[in-house]
Design a protein around this ligand. Structure first.
Ligand code: HEM
Ligand code: HEM
Length: 122
């Protein structure tokens, strides 16, 4: 689970910095939120999940961890993919998709919190 999170994180990192680079070159900052969240929910958060699950393998083998993994990895692309399409096509009719993706991420974070709080302190 730890390594899986880390592998996905580096892919988000590459995509997010490419988007940042393109935004800088074409001087169009309307996609800043997508760039920021691909970096922060994709690269930074998933790297931290990956490192924590590597340090505490027992936490990575729980049902909570598996559900967290899928909620985060479906929620982030849904949330940011729909936001990107909305910005690209200049319409706001798909906002429900952003909300659904965001709620999936938030529930995933809740499960992650419970999972880590259940760790036995040594
Ligand atoms: C080669 C790497 C990167 C490039 C070319 C780049 C480029 C950019 C650009 C052009 C903006 C918009 C600036 C503006 O709105 O005035 C931006 C904003 C932002 N970037 Fe990056 N970025 C890079 C890496 C990163 C990384 C690694 C992170 C986080 C881990 C990050 C987080 C952010 C955030 C949070 C914002 C929004 C800042 C705000 O709210 O004003 N960026 N970036
Ligand atoms: C489900 C999770 C999250 C939701 C629903 C969410 C939502 C939002 C919203 C609505 C905004 C303002 C609108 C916008 O700039 O387009 C925003 C901005 C921002 N968020 Fe998040 N956020 C989430 C997670 C995070 C996390 C985990 C971080 C950092 C680790 C973060 C960092 C930021 C930053 C730096 C900005 C300003 C970026 C900018 O200038 O566009 N967010 N977020």
């Amino acid at each position: 689970m730890g390594v899986r999170f880390l592998k996905i994180a580096v892919v988000y990192f590459f995509i997010a910095v490419c988007l940042g680079l393109v935004m800088g070159i074409i001087q169009d900052f309307s996609y800043t939120s997508v760039h920021a969240h691909l970096n922060l929910l994709g690269w930074v958060s998933m790297s931290i999940f990956g490192l924590i699950y590597s340090i505490y393998p027992s936490a990575s083998e729980t049902k909570l961890a598996k559900t967290h993994f899928w909620l985060h990895n479906l929620g982030v692309p849904i949330m940011q993919g729909v936001l990107f399409i909305e910005l690209l096509t200049d319409n706001t009719s798909l906002t429900i998709g952003i909300i659904i993706g965001s709620i999936m991420v938030v529930i995933g974070v809740l499960l992650f919190m419970i999972n880590i709080l259940k760790l036995k302190s040594s």
